[in-house]
Design a protein around this ligand. Sequence first.
Ligand code: ADP
Ligand code: MG
Length: 168
Amino acid sequence: MTALDSSLRLFIADQARMAAFGEILASLLEPGDVIGLCGDLGAGKTFLSGAIAHGLGVPQEVPITSPTFVLIHEHTDGRLPVYHMDLYRLGDPSELYELGLWEYYDGAGVCLVEWCDRFEDLWPQRALVIAIGLGKDEERFLELSGAQRGAALCQALAQAHPELILST
Ligand code: ADP
Ligand code: MG
């Protein structure tokens, strides 16, 4: 961490609050934002991606499912294009290049990237990373971290919603 990095730890009591958090985050997003999601299977990466996508205006009736096999789902019917990706099945970095990941990262939409902790070295520095940890039942702990734009998003969330914060 440098002085320019930020991190936040948030407590999410249940699915409804996770959905609300996704909507809050969506309201802050701009073209070119990259959000990484990591955490064990079943942590809620796809659930939170859905909440963010719906918060960006992808219609509620469009289900946001895991792009594990197709690697990228594009949703173009919201306020900004949403590129929802899953790096879980990628075998080696050359496949990232084949997928043209950087065109998405540098595009005019918002990238939501599950399993972003794979290929960490190739991860854009400006991204906001959200690590989801499990508590009991529906409880989740979110660790947000980022530099540059990712840090700005952490700070904006902290200012707008101090009630969510466990620690900074
Ligand atoms: P992942 O993509 O991390 O493997 P999913 O989002 O597919 O996980 O699945 C998470 C599951 O956990 C969903 O069935 C969801 O309904 C459930 N769940 C329970 N509580 C929460 C919560 N607070 N936030 C997100 N998902 C939750
Ligand atoms: Mg998933």
